[in-house]
Every structure is written in C-alpha cells, then in structure tokens.
Design a protein around this ligand. Sequence first.
Ligand SMILES: [Mg+2]
Length: 272
Amino acid sequence: MGLLLVHSQEAPTHEFIRLLIVECCPTPLQWLCEVAGYWPVLEHCHTTRSRASQICSMSDILVIQYQTVRYDTLPLSPISRNRLNAVKRKILVLDLDETLIHSHHDGVLRPTVRPGTPPDFILKVVIDKHPVRFFVHKRPHVDFFLEVVSQWYELVVFTASMEIYGSAVADKLDNNRNILKRRYYRQHCTLDLGSYIKDLSVVHDDLSSIVILDNSPGAYRSHPDNAIPIKSWFSDPSDTALLNLLPMLDALRFTADVRSVLSRNLHQHRLW
Ligand SMILES: [Mg+2]
C-alpha cells in the first residue's frame, strides 16, 4: 500500500492530514506537506508515483513524496496515545453485501462471479419455509481489514438483508473473534420510496463518533457526513478497496468529530 503526500498552495487546514502523516511517516518533519483535500490521497494511495502525479496535476496539486506503508499495528507514539485518550472511541458501521462480501443463491441464472470460482463459504438458511443455499465470496483482504479496524473501532454490522441471512454471514466473518457482536438488519432500516435507509441514530445517538462504510449511497442518505463510500464489489480478485481505507480509518479515530473530515468528502456527493 502506498501513501501519497501532496502539496498545494492552500494553507494546511486539516487535522486529518496532519494525523495521517504523524501516524504513517517515520520522520514527519521531512514529509511536511500541505493539502487541498484528502480524497485524492485516499483514492490513489495504492497507485504508482507516475500515475499519482498525473492525477494530481488534474487537481492542481503536486506530489512531493510517495512511500509504501505497512499496517503492522505498530504501537502509538505518546503524542498520539494522548490524543486518542482525549477523544471518544468511535463506532464503525459496516454493510455486508457488496461491501465486505458478495453472494448469490440457488437458482440465480446469471451469478456475477466467474463460473468455477469456489465460494469462501456456503450458508444454508430457510426462507419462507424453503431451504436456500447462499454461495458467499469474501472481498479481498476482508479478514485482515476486520482484524485491524476492530482494534481501532467498535464494529457494528448494519445490513438491509434479512436477519436469518445477515446473522449467518456476520458469524462467518467474525470467525469466533467476537468482533462483530452488535448487528442490525432489514427490520432496523427505514423503508423510503422502495429503498432501505440506515438510520445511524438507531445505533448511537452521538453522530460525532459514528462512521458508516457502505457501497450504497442511498443507505446513508440521512447521514452523508458520516459516510465513507466504497465501490461495490462482486468478483474482482485484485480489489484493494478495503486496504486503501486503512490510512483514513487509522486517522479518523483521532478526530473529535468524524463529520469534520467526512463532510469534506466531495467525492461522495458526486454519487448522488
Ligand atoms: Mg451493500
């Protein structure tokens, strides 16, 4: 994974970027940079330097450094530990389908995964008195992602799927680690014009400390400033979207109010 540092003419304004640099760079002072916005950093943190330069030139920002970053759960510096103690522990709400996994069930004529690709697990559930088999494929890096972010956040599953299916998927992803204990399902969603909306106040009444990761913008229509968009995943084995989010999630837990960062995410508004 690469960390892209960029430079712009604007004054440095964002605590997010400063934290990102402090946490990820061994020598922050040498890497001092100013940024116009954070999304280009995240979107292309897995890119090559030349590609990053090309992208940044379109955004009127300049690449000054590029480095491979590993997330080996290093101990925090005393400064970062103090900062983390001064803010509330955050909640990360996770969608399941097309965010962490993709599944299809018996009888689907055109499964979206390549024929012959074995599922990571098969679930047998009874729906309306009929046994149904779900063939579930895990998004690349999902196990590592959950292992890492569970150390930073309280994790909550919130799916618009039926409980009998969603709970079985969550059990498999949890894998006896006890990291996906709180779960919300279709019955906890609000139905609006035929689509399911996830009301985050059901999960927690303090919106300053809750984040939702969901491939469907409609799901977080009520709380766009708490949302992290992610591309829908169906079958691409080279997908790195979950890995690419780690720098941002690592930094976001230090903020006093997650909306101070996520409300700047102009990228998500273009999805509407
Ligand atoms: Mg989804």
